[in-house]
Design a protein around this ligand. Sequence first.
Ligand SMILES: NC(=O)c1ccc[n+]([C@@H]2O[C@H](COP(=O)([O-])OP(=O)(O)OC[C@H]3O[C@@H](n4cnc5c(N)ncnc54)[C@H](O)[C@@H]3O)[C@@H](O)[C@H]2O)c1
Ligand SMILES: [Zn+2]
Length: 376
Amino acid sequence: LSERRADPLVTGSGPTAAFEVRASRRTQVRIGPGALFDLVEALAGRRGQVVADTHALKLHGGLLPAELHERAIAVPRGEDVKTWAQLGALLERLAAAALDREAVLVAFGGGATSDAVGLAAALYHRGIPWIACPTTLLAQVDAAIGGKTAVDLAAAKNLVGAFHAPEWVLADPRPLATLTPTERTSGLGEVLKVALALDPDLFAALERGATDALEGPAEGLCALVEPCARAKGRLVEVDEHDTGAREALNLGHTLGHAIETAAGHGRVPHGVAVAAGIGFALELAAEHGGIAPGLHARVASVARRLGLPAGLGDLESALGERLDDEALLGALARDKKARDGRPRFVLPRALGRVEIGVAVAPRDVERVLARRSPAP
Ligand SMILES: NC(=O)c1ccc[n+]([C@@H]2O[C@H](COP(=O)([O-])OP(=O)(O)OC[C@H]3O[C@@H](n4cnc5c(N)ncnc54)[C@H](O)[C@@H]3O)[C@@H](O)[C@H]2O)c1
Ligand SMILES: [Zn+2]
């Protein structure tokens, strides 16, 4: 027991992490229990306007300063806020509240909320500052960092957006206590991605602490959030506009996005689809240029212990249906990063090392896909 207690994944103790991401704008990141208390410091006397996911607001609005909580604007929960119509309605409400250009928006919710509120902040008065208070694991490890904001169009997700980094990211673990197991697992899919692509120490921590990551107290998740947020921050500093190194974060996403499309949006949680995509990328990598011995089995084992699929086969067993190969291949050919119909993959080579932008011929993709080999 004493050994377990010493592990921050279990105790969640330890100081709040504070660091800065320096890109075209500077973002102050605070991670730890009580990080939301820093909201007052972050506002620095300016007028703040909270825009919150209805559900997150109901559950955790009490963690906000009372005066901000009372005046909060509630927006539809989850992906429903990321429409052109909802964005317009939100901008009208900001104007009706007579917010001027000195005001600061505060996004309180998951990645969908931060994407939409960040875009509203980019547009209102041609750009006002915003603060992200991510309330899901996925938003804390990924969506809230890096300044990409967007809403969806009928043709595709995230088709309209802007780069507009938040001034602050306040990642407090307390809201994470109410995530559904599915939402928590989905966030862990992105953690697994960062660990495999960029951070062998984090990977080892996941191997040691998979059960706590899945079921332990929310405070313990800070030990996963911090390395992920730092890793993403480092990539954003060197490649803010996602034309190079930042692509490493796309590991598992080429097939992951295709799975989300083929299954019907909203059916497979994003991070779960990404985990299946990681399994596929490991398989492709073995055939295209090689992979460190034993790596695939190691990743598959930790994925399963995190409640994630180790590959497409695992995912389909859980869904109880085989996804349509034509639908998957069609979505891959239409992928944003595809060139001349050749989807591009991030291929893992070794723990902490990936090759980005590998274009794979459709027939090679098709062959590996059709096999559905069970992950080792
Ligand atoms: N901008 C980026 O770089 C980036 C990166 C990754 C993902 N994203 C975007 O993020 C979105 C996915 O983020 P997400 O997984 O956080 O989804 P989400 O914002 O849709 O939230 C998922 C669900 O969790 C609920 N929820 C939020 N906080 C909660 C809490 N504390 N307790 C219980 N339930 C809570 C929400 O109401 C929602 O139903 C997608 O739209 C994706 O495109 C953006
Ligand atoms: Zn993702």
